[in-house]
Design a protein around this ligand. Structure first.
Ligand code: MN3
Length: 220
């Protein structure tokens, strides 16, 4: 058997076993005051690392899965052997969702989307404010842990809340962006006030990164 070595790049779309925690590309306090440094440190270094470790533990047992990218694995849950299916679904989803999450955040200082992305938001939701309201509403209504994603269906934008670490990759779709509404994402600073976290979070959406993803995903 060939020896598998981890890739040095952290491109989640091509990553295969053994999976690696992608480095955070900014300081833990870079998103203050919206997301505090302690939350970022725990979230990235402990929670995300644990998803990676448990995913590797599960995939280690299955040579077939080791030949597939994580996106391929997650888009075909039925083909995963039952004894590791839940572990791969939860921890693989955790890895792929958080790998997106770190990359679409940056203090935006009141910045707004522009260009084709702004046009699509206005067309599909009426206005940026209406889009945020609908997204936040989906986040508040997500019972328990989960995510709110925006998916680019061709040009068209759709909001989709999903439980646990489920991910649009289950339907073969890479999400455009999304917010983590697990308590570990906000509890230290916002306690039980998920609506306040959802509202504040718009100040750390990296609209340039989202616009780049939109360009790539809608032409995919
Ligand atoms: Mn999380």
């Amino acid at each position: 058997m060939e020896t598998k070595t981890a890739t040095t790049t952290s491109n989640i779309n091509t990553a295969k076993y053994p999976f690696e925690l992608p480095p955070l590309e900014y300081d833990f306090d870079a998103l203050e005051p919206v997301i505090d440094a302690e939350t970022m440190k725990l979230h990235h270094d402990k929670h995300h690392q644990a998803y990676v470790d448990k995913l590797n533990e599960a995939v280690e047992k299955n040579a077939d899965l080791q030949d597939k990218t994580l996106a391929e694995i997650l888009s075909d849950l039925d083909s995963i052997p039952e004894d590791i299916r839940s572990a791969v679904r939860n921890n693989g989803g955790g890895h792929i969702n958080h790998s997106m999450f770190w990359k679409i955040m940056k203090l935006n200082e009141g910045g707004k989307p522009s260009g084709d992305l702004a046009t699509a938001i206005d067309r599909d939701f009426g206005s940026l404010d209406d889009f945020k309201t609908k997204f936040n509403d989906a986040g508040v209504k997500q019972f328990g842990s989960g995510w709110v994603f925006v998916i680019a269906n061709g040009d068209k934008l759709e909001i989709q809340a999903m439980p646990n670490q489920d991910t649009p990759f289950h339907k073969g779709r890479e999400p455009l962006f999304g917010n983590d509404v697990w308590e570990h994402a906000y509890y230290l600073k916002y306690n039980n006030r998920r609506p306040d976290y959802l509202k504040a979070w718009w100040d750390v959406v990296d609209w340039d990164a989202v616009a780049e993803r939109y360009e790539r995903l809608r032409s995919a």
